[in-house]
Design a protein around this ligand. Structure first.
Ligand SMILES: [Zn+2]
Length: 591
C-alpha cells in the first residue's frame, strides 16, 4: 500500500463535514504554465509522458509497466514515487486546489482556506520526492508572490519542508519556517539550523530540527518561541501553512511522538498570527499522515476548527466512530479514540524523551539567537511586547504600514540628532518604517516606549515629524553591561552617516554611565524588505562598530557554526575594571 493512500480521504473528509466544514468545489488542475512557475518544462513533460505510459500499461501490456518500474526517472519509479495512471492529472489537481485557494484569499472571497489534500512539500523543480510530484504549497506561495505579497510559510509536518525551502531559497520575500524531526534520523535528511537562505534571502529559511521522542511539550514550546516573533519581524501579507499529522505518536513513519492536542494548538497559533500580522490571510493545507483513522481526520478537523474560530467539540461524533470502527480494526488502528485531543499523559515520557526535550530547548535557543532580531528577543523577555497577544488581534488584522514614507520636503535637510531620547518626546514623532524591528512601525514604537520606561537608553535622528533613525541600548543580564538591541535608519536616510552619529552619541551616554556596550550581529539584523547580501551586511555593521570605538570579536562558536558572518562588538567605558572584562568574556563564552 502506498502511504499517501486515498483511503485517508473518506474518514478525514467525513469528520470535517461532521464538525461543520462545507466542502468547496472540486478544483481545476493547475495548467502547465502555472506548474512551470517553479517546475521545469522538461520535468512536467516527463511526468506527463510517464503518467500516460502508466495509463496505457494498465491495459494488456505488462512489459511497459515492467520497464517503467526498472529505473526511476526524475525521481519517479521504484521507491517513494511509483508511476501510476493519471499521475500528472492527480498531482496537477492538488496544485490547482492550492493555487485556486490562494486566489480566493487574494480576491477577498474568503479570509482563511483549508486544502486538506495539499501540502506536498517535498517536490523539487525537476524531481519528484517523498510521495510528492508537484509542490502545491510552493506553487501557492509563487502565486501570491506574483502579486508582490510577502509570504510566511509554516511547516508542521514531521519531515523537513525541503522542496518549499529550496524553491524559495533565494527570495527574501518568502520566509519558510519548518519544525521537523532531525534529518539525522529521518527523510529527507535536511533541515538543519544552518540552512538559512542565500544572498539577500539569508535569514528567511528557518529550521527547527528536533530529536526523536522530543514530544508534544517541547514541540509546542518551539512553535511558540519561534513563530510569533519571526512573523512580527518579517511582516507577511499572507500565511501558508502545512499541517502534516505524521509527527503523532501513533504514526508509523516517524518518531517525534506528538499529539493531536499540540497540532491543534499550533493551528490556533497560526490563526492568531494571521489576524495579528497578515490581515487574516491564511491558506492551510494537510500534509503527511499515515494513521488514517486514528490521527489524520482529527488533525484535519482541529486545523479547520482553528480557522473557523470554533471551540473543539467535547467528543468525536458517535456516528463517525461507528462508521469507521470496522475499517480501523482491519488496518490495525483500533480502537478509535473518543476525543479530538489526545488524553492527557499521552504519550508517556521517559529518560530518552527528557533528553530529546532538553536538546530541543538548546536548538530553539540557537534558532532564536541567530534568526530573531535581538530587539524582539529582549522585548519578549522583558515584557515590552507580546507577539501572540489575542487582545491585539482584530477580525480585520493589523495592516502593517510598511511603505509610509517620511514627509516630503523634510528629506533635503540633514536629520537632527537627539542624543538622549526620552519617552515624553516619543509622542511628538512618528516612527518611520523599517528603522527597527518589528515590521509594523506602530508596534516598534510601542516597544521603544516600553523599553525607555524600563531603563533602556536611546539616541535618535529626526526629520520633520519623523523618527528616521534609532539606536537602543538595553540592560543585559550582566552587571555594568548594556546590549545594543536596535540600530537602524529609514531607507531614504541611509548612507549619510546618520547611524554613525547616533552610535557615537549612544556610546557617549553609556560611557557617561560607566557601562559597557555589547552588540551581537547575526543574520537576523537586516531590513526585511530590502536586505543587503549577507557578507556586505556584515561589512557595513563591522565598519560602523569599529568607527564608533568598538572592538570586533568572534561570536560564540555555536552561533558561528550556523551563521559564519555573526560577530560581536564590544565597547568598554574609560573606567572599565578587569572584573568587567572578565564578566563580559564569561558571558560571551557561555552564550
Ligand atoms: Zn482566523
Amino acid at each position: 500500500m502506498h502511504p499517501l493512500s486515498p483511503r485517508r480521504f473518506g474518514p478525514g473528509i467525513e469528520l470535517l463535514r461532521a464538525v461543520g466544514a462545507e466542502p468547496g468545489l472540486a478544483p481545476e488542475p493547475a495548467s502547465d504554465e502555472e506548474l512551470a512557475r517553479l517546475h521545469s518544462p522538461e520535468y512536467i513533460a516527463t511526468v506527463r509522458r510517464i503518467s500516460a505510459e502508466a495509463s496505457a500499461a494498465t491495459g494488456a501490456s505488462g512489459r511497459r509497466a515492467a520497464r517503467l518500474a526498472s529505473a526511476p526517472e526524475a525521481g519517479i519509479g521504484p521507491g517513494d514515487d511509483p508511476a501510476f495512471p493519471g499521475m500528472h492529472e492527480a498531482a496537477a489537481t492538488v496544485a490547482g486546489g492550492s493555487i485556486r485557494a490562494v486566489e480566493m484569499i487574494l480576491r477577498g472571497d474568503v479570509e482563511h482556506a483549508f486544502h486538506p489534500g495539499g501540502g506536498l512539500h517535498h517536490a523539487m523543480a525537476a524531481r519528484a520526492s517523498g510521495f510528492c510530484i508537484y509542490n502545491d504549497v510552493a506553487l501557492a506561495i509563487a502565486r501570491a508572490r506574483r502579486d508582490g505579497l510577502r509570504v510566511l510559510y509554516l511547516d508542521f509536518d514531521v519531515h523537513h519542508g525541503d522542496g518549499v525551502q529550496a524553491l524559495h531559497y533565494t527570495d527574501p520575500g518568502v520566509m519558510t519556517i519548518s519544525f521537523h524531526e532531525s534529518g539525522r534520523s529521518l527523510f529527507p535528511g535536511s533541515g538543519f539550523v544552518d540552512e538559512m537562505g542565500e544572498g539577500t534571502a539569508a535569514g528567511t529559511s528557518v529550521n527547527v530540527p528536533l530529536e526523536p521522542l522530543a514530544g508534544p511539550d517541547a514541540w509546542l514550546a518551539a512553535v511558540v518561541a519561534v513563530v510569533p516573533p519571526l512573523a512580527a519581524a518579517f511582516g507577511p501579507d499572507i500565511v501558508v501553512s502545512q499541517h502534516g499529522s505524521d509527527g503523532h505518536f501513533w504514526d508509523p513513519l516517524a518518531h517525534l511522538s506528538l499529539t493531536t492536542t499540540v497540532q491543534g494548538e499550533a493551528a490556533r497559533i497560526v490563526d492568531l498570527i494571521t489576524h495579528l500580522y497578515s490581515r487574516g490571510r491564511w491558506l492551510a493545507t494537510g500534509g503527511g499522515g499515515y494513521a488514517v483513522y486514528r490521527v489524520v481526520p482529527r488533525v484535519w478537523a482541529l486545523t479547520w476548527l482553528a480557522g473557523a474560530h470554533r471551540e473543539t467539540p467535547a467528543a468525536l461524533p458517535e456516528v463517525w466512530r461507528a462508521k469507521w470502527a470496522g475499517d480501523a480494526e482491519r488496518w490495525h488502528e483500533a480502537p478509535l479514540p473518543e476525543t479530538f485531543d489526545d488524553a492527557a499523559g499521552l504519550p508517556p515520557a521517559d529518560s530518552i524523551s527528557a533528553m530529546a526535550s532538553e536538546r530541543a530547548k538548546e536548538t530553539v535557543d540557537l534558532v532564536r539567537t541567530a534568526l530573531v532580531p535581538a530587539l524582539l528577543r529582549v522585548a519578549g523577555d522583558r515584557g515590552w511586547w507580546r507577539f501572540d497577544d489575542p487582545a491585539a488581534a482584530t477580525t480585520t488584522g493589523a495592516a502593517p504600514a510598511a511603505e509610509a514614507p517620511p514627509a516630503t520636503g523634510a528629506r533635503e535637510a540633514a536629520p537632527t540628532l537627539i542624543a538622549l531620547l526620552d519617552p515624553a518626546q516619543l509622542d511628538r514623532f512618528r516612527l518611520a518604517p523599517r528603522v527597527m524591528a518589528p515590521f509594523d512601525p506602530a508596534a516598534a514604537k510601542e516597544i521603544l516606549r516600553n523599553a525607555l520606561l524600563d531603563g533602556a537608553v536611546a539616541t535618535a535622528a529626526v526629520a520633520g515629524d519623523w523618527l528616521v533613525g534609532v539606536t537602543l541600548a538595553a540592560p543585559s543580564p550582566i552587571e555594568g553591561v548594556d546590549r545594543l538591541v536596535a540600530l537602524g535608519v529609514a531607507s531614504e536616510w541611509r548612507r549619510r552617516g546618520v547611524a554613525a552619529s547616533m552610535l557615537h552619541a549612544l556610546i557617549g551616554e553609556t560611557d557617561r554611565r560607566n557601562r559597557a556596550l555589547v552588540a551581537f550581529h547575526t543574520v537576523a539584523e537586516r531590513d526585511p524588505v530590502d536586505p543587503l547580501p549577507r557578507a556586505l551586511r556584515r561589512g557595513v555593521a563591522e565598519k560602523l562598530a569599529l568607527g564608533a570605538a568598538m572592538t570586533s570579536r568572534p561570536a560564540p562558536d555555536r552561533v558561528v557554526a550556523v551563521d559564519r558572518y555573526a560577530f560581536v562588538a564590544v565597547h568598554l567605558p574609560p573606567a572599565a575594571t578587569p572584573a568587567l572584562h572578565d564578566r563580559i568574556g564569561e558571558w560571551l563564552a557561555g552564550l
